[in-house]
Write a protein of this length. Structure first.
Ligand code: AMP
Ligand code: MG
Length: 315
């Protein structure tokens, strides 16, 4: 299959509206979209990524009018979060409208919904004739793609079109809050922080994944994720570690002595934005070990920590 590169949201939406699969930029990471009214295109998304069929897709909407086509019920907690954080990097898990195909939600009774804020994403969605189901636009298990070049590297020849935009401003996947029950639950940390959520919904709980969980609340959380080919090891500021040959470092502090490639980030925002592209860069350079500084488990640090721990295989 030929993959068309375009800078036109309208051209990209034409591909989607005729049953194609299209990668597009968002503020979190690039998404790989199919119209929820095109079941064959949904199957193509799973095939192109090599994504397990029991890992549901997030449905992207342009405006609140489309929300009724996707969700069957929007309770008070969901309304509070929509009012405060839409459009933005927040996914709500809500009771699903029967119109949404089971292949999108992996047979769950709930659906993940997000309304992105990125202007190119919004323009693209405005031309799409139905809501767009989209996981991250990377091969399953690899770090998410935060630039169109990374999408192209993973998916050239497997998808119909890439809508080129700028690198993702946040660089980490959306915060996910399960909102279909009476108590909201944070399923995945992201740029909308737990503290921001607590400010409007103090009763929110944090989901803890256990191996014994029979029906995971968010099926995707049980799969290995975000992992570069290099091994991930952790180091604390000023700690002297025995450096493996061909190693790299990313974090907020000075790198340990002896690493051949490093990225010192000015703040957590930069750390989150650079993390996945740094992983991919390290793989391209043949780096074997990436030392990472684990930020404290608060604010944006919670999301970075989560991705680092899962990339290292410890979650
Ligand atoms: P990705 O778009 O690749 O970041 O993956 C989407 C994430 O959203 C996965 O971890 C899914 O398990 C999660 N997700 C999507 N829909 C639902 C849902 N209905 N309930 C719980 N988690 C969901
Ligand atoms: Mg993903």
């Amino acid at each position: 299959m030929q993959t068309t590169l375009t800078d036109s949201a309208e051209v990209a939406a034409d591909f989607l509206n005729s049953g194609g699969v299209v990668a597009f930029p968002t503020e979190t990471v690039y998404g790989l979209g199919a119209g929820i009214c095109h079941p064959e295109a949904i199957r193509k998304v799973f095939r192109a990524k090599g994504r397990p069929g029991d890992n549901p897709l997030i449905v992207h909407i342009y405006n609140l009018e489309q929300l009724a086509d996707v969700a069957a019920e929007i309770n008070g907690n969901a309304r509070v979060l929509i009012e405060r954080f839409f459009p933005g990097p927040l996914t709500l898990v809500l009771k699903k409208n029967p119109l949404v195909p089971d292949s999108v939600t992996a047979g769950l009774e709930s659906v993940g919904v997000r309304c992105p804020a990125n202007l190119v994403a919004r323009e693209f969605l405005s031309y799409c004739s139905c809501p767009v189901a989209a996981p991250s636009a990377n091969l399953s298990g690899l770090p998410s793609a935060t630039s169109w070049e990374s999408v192209y590297e993973d998916l050239n020849g497997k998808i119909d079109c890439v809508l080129r935009g700028k690198p993702s401003a946040i660089g980490l996947e959306s915060t996910i809050v399960e909102c279909s029950g009476s108590v909201p639950i944070l399923l995945r940390a992201g740029a909308i922080t737990l503290e921001q959520l607590q400010a409007v919904l103090p009763e929110i709980r944090v989901h803890v994944i256990t191996d014994a969980e029979e029906a995971p609340k968010s099926p995707g959380l049980k799969y290995p994720h975000y992992a570069p080919k290099a091994s991930i090891l952790f180091c604390s500021p000023n700690e002297s570690v025995l450096i493996e040959p061909s190693s790299a470092y990313i974090g907020l502090s000075e790198p340990p002595e002896g690493v051949s490639l490093f990225r010192i980030c000015l703040n957590l925002e930069e750390y989150g934005r650079e993390l996945f592209s740094f992983f991919r860069h390290c793989d391209a350079q043949g780096i074997k070990v990436i030392y990472c500084e684990l930020p404290a488990n608060c604010g944006l640090g919670r999301a970075i920590r989560d991705r680092l721990l899962r990339a290292s295989g410890r979650h």
